[in-house]
Design a protein around this ligand. Sequence first.
Ligand SMILES: Nc1ncnc2c1ncn2[C@@H]1O[C@H](COP(=O)(O)OP(=O)(O)OP(=O)(O)O)[C@@H](O)[C@H]1O
Ligand SMILES: [Mg+2]
Length: 235
Amino acid sequence: MTLLVVKDVIAGYGASEQILKGASIDVGAGEIVTIIGPNGAGKSTLLKAVAGLVKAKEGCITLDGADVTAADALGRSKSGISFVPQERNVFGTLSVLENLMISAFSAPRLQKQRAEQAFERYPMLAEKRRAMARTLSGGQRQILAMAMGLMTDPKLILLDEPTAGLSPKTADELFEAIVALNQSGLPVLMVEQHAVEALAISTRGYVLVAGRAASEGTGPALAADPETRRLFLGG
Ligand SMILES: Nc1ncnc2c1ncn2[C@@H]1O[C@H](COP(=O)(O)OP(=O)(O)OP(=O)(O)O)[C@@H](O)[C@H]1O
Ligand SMILES: [Mg+2]
């Protein structure tokens, strides 16, 4: 069954302003789905709408067949959606361990166990467990943010521009970590500016333009499409 279905969602920030203008996307079990598109197209807004941080005025969102459209962010989190924002996604003055612990807010008795699982998955975090998050490198911080997103044991993880600001080499390492995470059984919905690299590791992708999915395809097909390349990938 399709895990996430977003159907004809209209949403925005003000009372009247519409940013998403009938956005429809879906994510199947086991997939990595990437959303690309121009600045201001509404990519982050779409992830926020899925996470329950922006309310859908029209349309519907289902997870595992259950309608979650009316649920707030906490409700979405409880039903298995985890959102890793692009910016300010770690608490700089808290330690790595503290960042992980507070991210398991919904399951206080499982905090320690889940933190240990995060350390097994990402040994670098175990080495840095007492370090303040602001002392981590950009790539390490993104791994921490992703590990924090896993502390609720989600069914789906949303990543907003996980490689933003990283060097090409560090970005490649992060993409490898995303593939590994997906192969461990977690579906991924991400927004990326590094379109070619992101589509190369994606099952499918969507091009979001002016609040709507203008085209979609398998990762490799979308990366090779002349129109997509001309518009977003620099020819
Ligand atoms: N908190 C907010 N309040 C009001 N308007 C907002 C808010 N966040 C975003 N917007 C507006 O919504 C539109 C879409 O923004 P969004 O961040 O979803 O785009 P994006 O596709 O993620 O762009 P980018 O590639 O720059 O990250 C923009 O016009 C933006 O100015
Ligand atoms: Mg954005």
